[in-house]
Design a protein around this ligand. Structure first.
Ligand code: AMP
Length: 508
């Protein structure tokens, strides 16, 4: 990413900061990598994200280099033992068992090594055989069997990290709900194409609220629905402020664990009847995750899917009441939406409200934001019962769409180009640049003097709005020449008035 496009990225992130701030959200900056376990538990081990797309590696102590790099095996084994005793290698059960074996074998190896020198004849042959065997066994233990560190992954999304932080930092003790937003890179091993990258950027937010003990789940349906609607309203306010075009919101309810489980069974039974007509991906999903069949874009499957049972007809009373209330709340906020019963989210943790937003000019990768409710995720990660709703915006796609509609508003490169000529003029040019920069203008000050024709040509290329012309006459009279590059208009302004003039306070 390069300028001037990065100006647009900054404007998008700054707008998010401002708009989300007006809704009471504070920024959280979670780490870029986390224990793999966190994502496996939160996102779900069976999902594509965790099973195929995560970038995962095994951590190891800082002073243990990669195997075979400048180490003989016994030396490496000694280091492993030192690090294990320092607890820099995880004390898992398999590691605890291995460490005994390693210590015994290393002692024996050292003994054999020492006695080898003096040995002769058949004793030498026997010891040498043992030396070789032990060497191989030690290598096996330290390079293959030992887990030198935990598995860590580049984050594929940030909701899991936000929930972990909520638990670790005792945020349940803060006034509830806790409202957090974030921005940063995410990583998924996907087939790269327009709008789909292996390192991509998300802007997201989460609302987390601990459930007081013994709370009747039915009682808070109205409150949850208002929170859901406000979160959606906030995304749309952000998009509106950016001037994003062709924004379409789709919503759905995917029920809770109970009614969805029943619905999924019903769906599976119906899908089994037509399984032979489905493509290979959907055939697999009938077994692993029937809901995902509804996601299918295959033309040949559309007719079949249209006839499947719809979740809206199978929601339990509480889920149905909440869905109805979300729609009412969106209406009160003037938010237009379409219902899409096929909108299911790829991640395991969603329940009830789900939504997706699409925008102009993105082709098949047109989802610019996805979100939903995930009550129970914090508890799954070891916290107390907590409600959650959040979304993630694909920032790359957001930018693509803004550029497509050329609402990018890519800021011009410079406000003022200082065209100066003559030795005396340089000091004045430097002082003028200092004064203008202090007032916040983006100023280009050429390091050496240029003929005015050349200077103005360069100012044009840089997209400057004004050229401040400083030559002998201007220095002598104190009347500076300002040229508006778009119109070619020129006027004179005194040094004192230059800032006010450029700020538009003096008639131009
Ligand atoms: P998800 O976390 O899968 O719900 O994705 C939320 C949003 O992130 C999507 O609607 C996309 O806009 C964006 N997104 C997801 N994966 C990618 C990717 N590989 N490249 C670019 N944007 C992505």
């Amino acid at each position: 990413m390069l300028p001037p496009e990065t100006d647009l990225w900054n404007r998008v992130e700054q707008t998010a900061r401002e708009v989300f701030g007006t809704f009471g959200f504070g920024e959280i900056r979670p780490p870029i990598f986390e224990p793999t376990e966190l994502f496996a538990r939160a996102v779900g081990g069976e999902t594509d994200i965790v099973s195929k797309e995560m970038y995962t590696f095994q951590d190891r102590p800082a002073d243990l280099p990669e195997q075979h790099k400048g180490f003989v095996v016994p030396e490496y084994a000694r280091r492993v033992i030192v690090n294990f005793d320092r607890r820099e290698i995880p004390h898992t059960e398999p590691n605890q068992n291995l460490i005994h074996e390693l210590k015994e074998k290393l002692d024996r190896f050292e003994w054999v090594d020492k006695n080898l020198k003096a040995a002769k004849g058949s004793e030498l042959v026997a010891l040498f055989g043992e030396y070789e065997t032990l060497y191989t066994e030690l290598a096996q233990i330290v390079f293959v069997k030992f887990a030198l560190g935990d598995l860590v992954s580049l984050r594929p999304e940030a909701t899991a990290s936000v929930c972990r932080a909520y638990i670790e930092h005792g945020m349940h003790a803060l006034p509830q709900p806790v409202k957090l937003w974030y921005t940063g890179p995410m990583f998924r091993r996907e087939r790269p194409q327009k709008g789909r990258y292996r390192q991509f950027y998300q802007i997201g937010a989460e609302v987390l609220e601990m459930v007081p003990p013994n709370q009747d789940p039915a009682k808070n349906i109205g409150k949850d629905a208002a929170v859901d609607a406000e979160v959606i309203e906030m995304v749309l306010a952000f998009f509106a402020k950016l001037g994003l075009e062709g924004v379409k919101l789709e919503i759905n309810s995917i029920g809770d664990r109970e009614c969805r489980t029943k619905y999924v069974e019903l769906l599976r039974a119906e899908l089994l009847k037509v399984k032979h007509k489905l493509g290979p991906d959907s055939q697999r999903r009938v077994e692993t995750n029937p809901l995902r069949v509804l996601d299918s874009k295959l033309d040949s499957e559309q007719g079949i899917i249209a006839g499947l049972p719809k979740i809206a007809d199978h929601l339990c009373a509480n889920c149905a009441a909440q869905y109805a209330e979300v729609k009412r709340q969106l209406g009160m906020r003037g938010v237009a939406y379409a219902e899409n019963w096929r909108l299911v989210r790829g991640l395991d943790y969603y329940m009830r409200t789900t939504f997706e937003i699409t925008a102009l000019g993105l082709g098949s990768q047109n989802a610019v934001c996805g979100g939903g409710r995930y009550d129970g995720l914090v508890e799954l990660l070891g916290g107390q019962p907590t409600k959650g709703i959040g979304f993630a915006i694909g920032e790359d796609r957001l930018i693509l769409s803004l550029q497509e509609a050329s609402k990018g508003g890519v800021a011009q490169g410079r406000d003022v180009f200082v065209a100066w000529m003559g030795e005396k003029a340089q000091a004045t040019a430097i002082a003028a640049a200092q004064k203008l920069r202090a007032a916040g203008f983006r100023v280009e000050l050429p390091p050496v003097e240029q003929k005015f024709g050349k200077a103005l040509g360069q100012a044009d290329k840089l997209g400057a709005r004004y050229a401040l012309i400083l030559g002998d006459d201007e220095i002598a009279t104190g009347q500076w020449t300002v040229k508006t590059l778009a119109s070619g208009e020129q006027r004179t302004v005194t040094a004192e008035d230059i800032v006010k003039f450029l700020q538009g306070e003096i008639e131009q």
